[in-house]
Write a new protein. Structure first.
Length: 462
């Protein structure tokens, strides 16, 4: 029989997490630690299965766990984590603490609700306790082991929650900063731009009414340049504005009610329908004008060299796009663009020339994407493009066109001098994984493969 300490362990009270974990480990006998570690090691896969079974039964957890990549890796990673937390390795406490913080940061990044995290911990504690009771030779032995294992799980959850809260608060500040930054754009110019694309859609619709008798051939407002801008940018720029809901309802009435009637097999575009459409468009323009006029003009947050979005806002934008893609069952893609041999340009032509190349590269990319897409200065000579509502073939085509435009362009570097610059592009299409860093890593790997393959080319992440 294992020897037991006379009293069950209590959670130690130290300020440093590493010291607290060490104190907890040394508050029980080596025999107790070895027993808990052995039970965890023997039942890790079964505990992971139990965790997965309970969490998948929760309606909100399914959105985070149902994805194939998560599904395939969850059991193995969960089993490793169980062995890590309950393991008898007192010399690895610093690494253990750092890992719990990392897990908390990931939970915050994918916006996993904290109640689901605690639900999972509760499931594991209960399942582990059942197995410890079965493995112990006496009630006293089981009580000590059960309380020790429970305190280990509680401490791990405390570290995760601390990191989760810190990163969630940072994310909330960044989200608000991005909203304020969005408001800092020239509202007058943006308003005229949106009026223009709305007018273009109206003209396209009129032409379609006159030349097409095919049902359903009329262009939907939600899929227009204006629709993409409204769905993907306006909601962040004007968060909470009452006009957003009004415009959404107008667009739905136009797309779901008026256009089917105008484009039906029996349709002859009767005057009442045309007048109803005009009324809706006039109302939309009024709401749009009100939306812009209610905002303040502030200028901040752009990359000072290229005037592109700062990568500081990338987590906010990507988290929102992932949410939209899941709600609307759409896809989006990342293009990670790296200027080839940029160090050589700086070394041979000077840093001023390199800056000019980056400025012109940013303008070339901006002129090659749609109004609703996002373009970031990702760092150094890297630009990152988020293409909203695209299919994989379209994303690859846009990337290839960008690559070809760079290869054909002349970049002015002062005093009448020109040089050529090519780019390597990595493409990654959103595959349902809840962590946006996963998508960025795939695009980065694809871009690296384009570099290794000889540069001046596009590679698509598998």
């Amino acid at each position: 029989m294992l020897s037991l300490s006379s009293t069950p362990p209590s959670p130690p009270d130290h300020h440093a997490p590493e010291e607290e974990w060490q104190a907890l480990v040394h508050s029980v006998t080596p025999a107790c630690r070895q027993l808990v570690a052995a039970v965890a090691d023997r039942h890790a896969e079964a505990l992971a299965d139990r965790f997965y079974e309970v969490m998948m039964a929760h309606p909100r957890a399914g959105a985070f766990l149902a994805h194939d990549v998560v599904h395939e890796r969850l059991r193995a990673s969960m089993a490793r984590w169980i062995r890590e937390v309950y393991g008898d390795r007192p010399n690895e406490v610093a690494t253990l603490v750092a890992h719990q913080r990392h897990v908390g940061e990931v939970h915050a990044r994918i916006q996993l609700p904290i109640n689901l995290v605690t639900r999972g911990a509760r499931t594991l504690k209960r399942a582990m306790a059942e197995r410890l009771v079965a493995a112990c030779a006496s009630a006293a032995e089981a009580q000590e082991a059960e309380r020790y294992a429970g305190h280990l799980m509680d401490l791990a959850q405390e570290l995760m929650s601390e990191a989760y809260l810190r990163n969630t608060q940072r994310g909330a500040r960044t989200d608000e900063a991005y909203r304020l930054f969005s408001l800092g754009q020239n509202m007058s110019v943006e308003r005229e731009r949106q009026r223009s694309v709305l007018l273009e859609w109206g003209q396209e619709l009129l032409f379609a009414l006159h030349r097409s008798s095919v049902p359903g051939a009329l262009p939907r407002l939600a899929h227009s340049e204006f629709g993409l801008w409204f769905n993907h940018k306006a909601a962040a720029m004007f968060e909470g504005a009452p006009e957003l809901e009004q415009i959404t309802e107008i667009m739905e009435r136009i797309d779901d009610t008026l256009l089917p009637q105008l484009g039906g097999p029996e349709a002859t575009a009767p005057q009442p329908l045309i007048m109803s459409l005009q009324t809706e468009l006039d109302n939309l323009k009024f709401q749009l004008n009100t939306l812009f006029e209610r905002q303040l003009e502030v200028e901040n947050g752009r990359d000072t060299l290229t005037r592109l979005l700062n990568r500081r806002f990338l987590p906010s934008v990507m988290s929102r796009e992932i949410k939209l893609a899941n709600e609307r069952h759409t896809q989006f893609a990342l293009l990670l663009i790296d200027v080839d041999h940029f160090k050589r340009i700086n070394d041979e032509e000077g840093h001023d020339a390199g800056d000019m190349v980056l400025q012109q590269a940013a303008m070339l990319v901006l002129n090659s994407v749609r109004n609703g897409d996002f373009v970031f200065r990702y760092g150094g000579e890297e630009l990152l493009v988020m293409l909203v509502e695209v299919t994989p073939p379209v994303a690859q085509r846009i990337a290839q066109e960008l690559c070809e435009r760079f290869a054909a362009a002349d970049f002015l570097v002062g005093q009448g001098r020109k040089l050529h610059a090519t780019v390597s592009v990595g493409v990654a299409v959103y595959d349902g994984h809840p962590d946006f860093q996963h998508l960025i890593n795939r695009a980065d790997q694809a871009m690296y493969e384009a570099k290794q393959g000889g540069r001046n080319q596009v590679r698509v992440a598998g």
